[in-house]
Write a protein that binds this ligand. Structure first.
Ligand code: HEC
Ligand code: HEC
Length: 370
């Protein structure tokens, strides 16, 4: 009797002790001199919230019918994008856009291909989690059943370590997923070795010539894909300006007035301003080699096609679109210059990022039974 009581008290003390351990502030893996991404005060980055978010990211039990996880559309080997033109949600619904690569997302001033109102990852995640048109994860209507799946020992420990107690709630699920997405930072490409770590031989001669072209007024790429993340749409400790740039690159012009296919007209859907027809966010070009096919609808299959597209100043009638950005005016490249530009884009691949154990599924706890 006495022994079991002592045992109980000890166990209780251990339990309370384990739960009251404060979470560990997250150790960013960012080179010296670079800013950390903005983090909402309501969702501080901790090692424990990132660990829970990682488990949830690869967890099919988070979808209503257990058919998909975030990683079905955001695959680590493809820089967390997918090798398809567009996605399908858990119930088979077509998702009209190409899944975005998740690379340094924490720096993005706005989220998704064309939305000026999503300014935090937490906000944006409501769409894949709860959206019904189309259904992606298919949580709406299955909330209770899904949360009940997260009562396994592994998840109870993960939730307790991250948030102080074992309760699985969607508020915590969203916060943890957003923390994991913020942790996906990539700064180990040959370009980074060359530009920021002063390794003069990190890039080939061809890639260096391509870099000159990329940053030239002749090609204009850097106007829209500028800064260390190769997109203007950045917000972080050094840049709090509220830049929200979206551009029409002349992919379509269905009516001579710049119309895009009705299925996806870009920013105009949100702003209802006719001038925003066909405007999309210029995405980061980091790890671009891995995230084919390209553009919001995956309609350009390869980097060669993308380079030919910009050289032509758009595609088909899109070239004559009155809504096309003046920076997409076309240029002529020799075959060698085309290769050089491509080599530069290839120098933005960070092998460590896609292979890193922490970014991949094998470190996960066992999957939850449905
Ligand atoms: C069915 C496929 C699919 C699933 C499942 C999915 N996504 Fe996505 N994701 C997309 C597509 C497509 C986009 C682009 C959406 C748009 O532009 O409207 C996107 C965009 C994003 C973005 C914006 C990135 C940026 O740079 O703006 C984030 C972050 C994201 N997804 C995270 C997640 C997380 C976390 C999950 C799991 C809860 C998830 N996604 C599930 C297809 C998917
Ligand atoms: C006017 C701004 C602008 C200029 C100039 C520009 N881009 Fe883009 N870029 C964009 C936008 C916007 C998108 C997305 C368009 C869409 O999906 O409709 C994009 C998409 C891309 C993509 C595909 C990204 C993905 O994840 O699918 C690549 C690669 C790319 N650009 C490379 C370049 C190169 C190389 C140059 C120079 C030759 C260049 N861009 C010039 C704005 C620009």
């Amino acid at each position: 009797m006495a022994i079991s009581r002592i045992l109980l008290i000890t166990l209780a003390a251990l339990f309370v002790g384990a739960c009251s351990q404060p979470p560990t502030p997250y150790a960013w893996q960012i080179p010296e001199g670079f800013p950390t991404p903005n983090v909402p005060v309501s969702n501080p980055m901790t090692e424990e919230s990132v660990a829970l978010g990682r488990a949830l990211f690869f967890e099919p039990a988070l979808s209503g019918n257990g058919a998909v996880s975030c990683s079905t559309c955001h695959m680590p080997a493809h820089a967390f994008s997918e090798p398809r033109t567009h996605s399908h949600g858990s119930t088979g619904d077509k998702v009209r856009r190409n899944a975005m690569a998740l690379v340094n997302v924490g720096y993005n001033g706005t989220l998704t291909w064309a939305h000026n109102g999503f300014t935090t990852i937490e906000q944006q995640l409501m769409v894949p989690l709860f959206g019904e048109h189309p259904v992606e994860m298919g949580i709406t209507g299955n909330e209770e059943a899904i949360l009940a799946r997260f009562k396994t020992d592994d998840y109870r420990q993960l939730f307790a370590a991250a948030y102080g107690d074992e309760a699985a709630t969607f508020d915590r699920v969203v916060k943890a997923l957003a923390s994991f997405v913020r942790s996906l930072t990539s700064f180990n490409s040959p370009f980074d070795d060359y530009a920021y770590r002063q390794q003069d031989d990190a890039m080939s001669e061809s890639a260096l010539r391509g870099m000159e072209l990329f940053f030239s007024e002749r090609l204009e790429c850097f106007h829209c894909h500028g800064g260390f993340n190769f997109t203007q749409s950045s917000k972080h400790a050094f840049q709090q300006l509220d830049l929200q740039p979206f551009h029409n690159t002349g992919l379509y012009n269905l009516d001579g007035e710049g119309a895009y296919p009705q299925e996806d007209t870009g920013l105009v859907e949100i702003t209802l301003n006719a001038a925003d027809m066909g405007k999309f966010r210029a995405p980061t070009l980091r790890n671009i080699e891995l995230s084919a096919p390209y553009m919001h609808d995956g309609s350009l299959p390869s980097l060669d096609a993308v380079i030919a597209f910009y050289a032509a100043g758009g595609r088909g009638e899109g070239i004559n679109s009155p809504l096309k950005s003046p920076f997409v005016s076309g240029f002529t490249l020799t075959a060698e210059e085309h290769q050089d530009l491509k080599q530069f884009l290839l120098s933005l691949t960070d092998e460590e990022f896609v292979q890193k154990r922490e970014n991949n599924a094998p470190t996960l706890p066992p999957k939850v039974a449905l």
